[in-house]
Ligand binder design. Structure first.
Ligand code: HEM
Length: 399
């Protein structure tokens, strides 16, 4: 870092993923050749901001939240802080101490049977039909259904949850202007706050065995204020649903086109945890995260001006030959797969154990019931940014 640094109190601008600002969409369409080339470079200048792409520099950037900040950066129509995503250490640590136990491996293990039952409920609807739109009939619904279970909400709330998710993350139509989308996000954000405010009142009055009761439970060293609890519910909704949906569409699109890998899963369920890690590395459904430099900083020999964005290209880092042997080959027997699909440093994904469990269960239950499937005849896979996502995955199988 420079010794004579300039400091900034705020980022040069907020980061608007929905309207695709600042190059965040760069790596979603056909990312592997570009990202593999980027991973061996140091830093690429990008409209006044920089991108880090190597394993070493992405890890360095994510490991220095005091310099490369997440504070008040991402814009999702929220009027309360995004907790814990938009808060830097040391305050961030207080939130993670409270939230981490709610999403620990042991707690997620306790959800196993519930998650499997929810997966099968969707598969029941189309298994005998021999075809489905995987995206709309499974991937877009299953993670929200799992959330209902975690939050102690009835199945009948599925449409409400999905509607709120879409209002925040997919506002409007392709024809909508950025202003129209922002207006929908802001209106939805107020509905989300009001919805959870009512439920948190209920959980305070009559606690149950669910995440929302725990969020506002009395036996805490550092309890959350209601505003903080609402800021947290908002982030759980925006961080925990689409990410799993996107991963599911990428995984199934890959497996439908690579029958040898699919057969490895069918032949031996013990392969599934390794397949999840390797497909997370290969697909990197969250291709990029963003920081802003609190002070003028040096990254790999390039100066980042105070206040400017640093785009952290996780997809490229996951193809860095300095970390992965033969990075352009998908191998379910890869040893020591230290991918960065869940990010790194203080803001590393809170929900990684939940996400892994959802993905493993979905792969297991699906392949038990539908072991042979392909892309529907004439259908071509197209990925859509900013997260890597197949919006209309058409699958077909023998019945
Ligand atoms: C495969 C699915 C998922 C992927 C690929 C993923 C990826 C990520 C990444 C890359 C980050 C780091 C963001 C940053 O550094 O700016 C992150 C953070 C986060 N994720 Fe996930 N995520 C997934 C599923 C989930 C789920 C199911 C939840 C639900 C609890 C969740 C909750 C969060 C939260 C709350 C954060 C912010 C953590 C913090 O700031 O301390 N994620 N995720």
């Amino acid at each position: 870092m420079s010794t004579n640094t300039k400091r900034a109190d705020a980022p040069v601008s907020r980061f608007d993923f929905v309207n695709g600002a600042g190059g965040a969409t760069l790596s979603a369409a056909d990312p592997h050749p570009t990202n593999h080339a980027l991973a061996t470079q140091l830093v690429v200048g990008l409209n006044g901001s920089v991108m880090v792409a190597s394993r070493e520099l992405t890890t360095e950037t994510l490991g220095k939240p005091e310099v490369f900040s997440s504070a008040d950066l991402v814009e999702q129509g929220n009027t309360r802080p995004l907790i814990p995503l938009g808060v830097d250490p040391p305050d961030h640590g207080r939130y993670r101490r409270l939230l981490d136990p709610m999403f620990s491996p042991r707690r997620m293990e306790a959800q196993e049977a519930d998650i499997a039952e929810r997966a099968n409920r969707f598969i029941d609807a189309f298994a005998d039909r021999g075809s489905c739109d995987f995206t709309t009939e499974f991937a877009e619904l299953f993670p929200s259904a799992v959330f209902l279970g975690l939050m102690g909400l009835p199945w009948g709330e599925l449409d409400t949850l999905v509607g709120m998710r879409d209002g925040l993350l997919h506002p409007g139509t392709p024809e909508s202007t950025p202003q129209e989308r922002t207006a929908i996000q802001r209106e939805t954000a107020q509905r989300v706050y009001a919805y959870f405010d009512r439920i948190l009142d209920d959980r305070e009055a009559s606690p149950r065995d669910d995440v929302l009761s725990e969020l506002v439970g009395p036996d805490k060293d550092e309890p959350l204020s209601r505003d903080e609890a609402l800021g947290t519910c908002f982030v759980l909704l925006t961080a925990g649903l689409d990410t799993v949906t996107d991963s599911l569409t990428c995984f199934w699109a890959y497996l439908a086109q690579h029958p040898d890998r699919r057969r490895e899963i069918v032949a031996d369920e013990a392969v599934i945890p390794h397949a999840v890690e390797e497909l997370l590395r290969w697909e990197t459904p969250v291709p990029m995260v963003v920081r802003w430099a609190r002070e003028e900083s040096d990254l790999g020999g390039e100066v980042v001006a105070a206040g400017h964005h640093v785009l952290v290209n996780l997809s490229a880092a996951n193809l860095d030959p300095a970390e992965f042997d033969d990075p352009l080959t998908v191998r379910f027997d890869r040893a020591g797969n230290r991918h960065l699909a869940f990010g790194g440093g203080a803001h590393r994904c809170l929900g990684s154990h939940l996400a892994r469990r959802e993905l493993r269960i979905a792969l297991r239950e699906w392949h038990r019931r539908i072991p042979e499937y392909t892309l529907a005849p004439g259908y071509e896979v197209r990925y859509r940014p900013p997260l890597r996502f197949v919006p209309d995955l058409q699958l077909t199988w023998p019945v």
